[in-house]
Write a protein that binds this ligand. Structure first.
Ligand code: SAM
Ligand code: TMP
Ligand code: ZN
Length: 405
């Protein structure tokens, strides 16, 4: 077993999802023989309790010119990030020369509002095509991976930042030692490093095992984030639970001694302790619930197939690569996946090769059942697709358990 990526401690493996493809590598029909596979498995550090993947996928294999995920595809997320921008503009970005750096700005969903407010900003984003979309919204973008060297360069050329912010990106980065040294080099005195990512407590609570895929290298808790922060000269000074993407936490780090931790930090730490979130038995139970969902979902889909029902999936999420490959769901069980993202359409899902089609294909000829891969956007999607249920269709959910609604 590899040692902990954060503290070097011994790790123990708990859940094995087997051979998996890159979750966002939607394949052209003539490229099905060139796919990259790795072993997806989750371990926990016996020392600092950081939950992490056992195998690391090279970053350039995941984040490159054609990385297809566009943050602005959800209206709920557009609203969420507008509020994030507004919050920073009102609180942290109020000195004479405010400057905010966003790590993984994607298509500019958050920085657009900062740019419109005329505040100095920089997005650091390695994926070329989405970075270009941000530029077209007036956002300043550096096409690069954020790491210590990038942070030092930005500090030299642009000056230091009041805020470094990242959403759904820090948990994607195995080399967090470099990120935290970079944050120290780039932040002004009194500055904060703020990041929000799926919360391990919520993943366990909902058995949302599909949050585990190549890009999600870490699964944070307040306890593991605080231990990591302290290792690199920071304090965890605030935490906030967020309802988006199936339950996240926003962590705020400041240099040691610069800010007093809020009561919310102690509260979340106590809650985690009480729930025994870092106990091996808790992660083992999560593994057992995961296997039950897999067995129930496969049984349901095979029964529907035997009854001659049509099943289509909704949302070609990165998460669904784990579900489809772990459960062995191919085009014989799921006719196609409906998705609004142009860069995913007319391709095949990684590993299992289910065709991805635009939502019009779904609406033209409703199936009997829709397997909701994008369950984290359930409210938005079910509202937009009201017609499906009115026509007698039913949704299949698999988190927190398999159900038909
Ligand atoms: N922040 C957006 C959001 O929350 O919707 C995008 C999240 S997306 C899942 C992760 C983004 O992080 C991708 O656009 C990817 O290219 C970027 N990324 C990955 N590694 C990075 C790194 N080292 N520095 C900056 N961005 C990175
Ligand atoms: P995410 O769970 O990583 O945000 O990915 C959501 C996927 O679902 C993304 O490929 C876009 C797609 N999607 C739709 O097809 N229709 C929708 O209404 C929404 C909100 C997302
Ligand atoms: Zn560790």
């Amino acid at each position: 077993m590899p040692n902990c990526r954060i503290c070097g401690g011994a790790t123990t493996e708990y859940v094995d999802f087997g051979r998996q493809p890159l979750s966002d590598a939607f394949v052209k029909p003539d490229q099905v023989n060139d796919e990259f596979f790795f072993r997806l498995a989750v371990a926990m550090c016996e020392s600092c309790t950081m939950v992490q993947l056992v195998e690391e996928v090279p970053r350039d294999a995941m984040f490159h010119e054609d990385y297809p995920y566009q943050s602005s595809g959800s209206s709920v997320m557009r609203k969420h990030f507008e509020l994030v921008a507004r919050h920073f503009l009102d609180t942290e970005l109020t000195d004479d020369d405010p400057f905010v750096v966003e790590v993984g700005c994607n298509d500019g969903i958050m920085l657009k509002a900062v740019s419109e407010a005329g505040v100095r900003h920089l997005g650091v984003e390695p994926s070329g095509a989405v970075g270009e979309m941000a530029r077209s919204k007036g956002v300043k973008v550096r096409t690069a991976f954020f790491e210590e060297e990038t942070a030092r360069e930005v500090a030299e050329t642009e000056g230091r930042a009041n805020v470094i912010y990242a959403a759904n990106t820090i948990c994607h980065i195995p080399y967090l030692d470099s990120i935290l040294r970079g944050a120290d080099a780039l932040l002004k005195p009194g500055g904060v490093f703020v990041f929000e990512d799926p919360y391990f407590g919520e993943i366990v609570e909902r058995t949302s095992f599909d949050q585990v895929y190549d890009e999600h290298f870490y699964f944070f808790t307040a306890r593991s984030v605080r231990a990591m922060a302290q290792r690199f000269g920071f304090d965890l000074v605030d935490v906030k639970r967020l309802p988006v993407h199936g339950g996240e936490v926003r962590y705020t780090l400041a240099r040691q001694g610069e800010r007093t931790p809020t009561a919310a930090v102690a509260e979340l730490l106590a809650q985690e302790e009480e729930r025994k979130l870092a106990d091996p038995a808790t992660i083992e139970a999560f593994g057992a619930s995961t296997r039950k969902i897999r067995d129930d979902l496969v049984a349901l889909l095979e029964k529907l197939k035997a009854e001659g029902k049509r099943v289509v999936a909704y949302g070609a999420t990165a998460k669904s690569a784990t579900v489809a490959n772990y459960c062995g769901l191919g085009p014989e069980l799921v006719e196609f996946v409906s998705d609004t993202t142009p860069a995913k359409q007319h391709r095949l899902t990684p590993g299992t090769h289910i065709p991805v089609r635009p939502p019009e294909a779904f609406r033209e000829d409703y199936p009997d059942y829709a397997l909701l891969f994008a369950w984290n956007h359930a409210e938005e999607i079910m509202a937009n697709e009201r017609g499906f249920r009115e026509a007698g269709g039913q949704w299949i959910l698999y988190v927190p358990e398999v159900s038909v609604v």
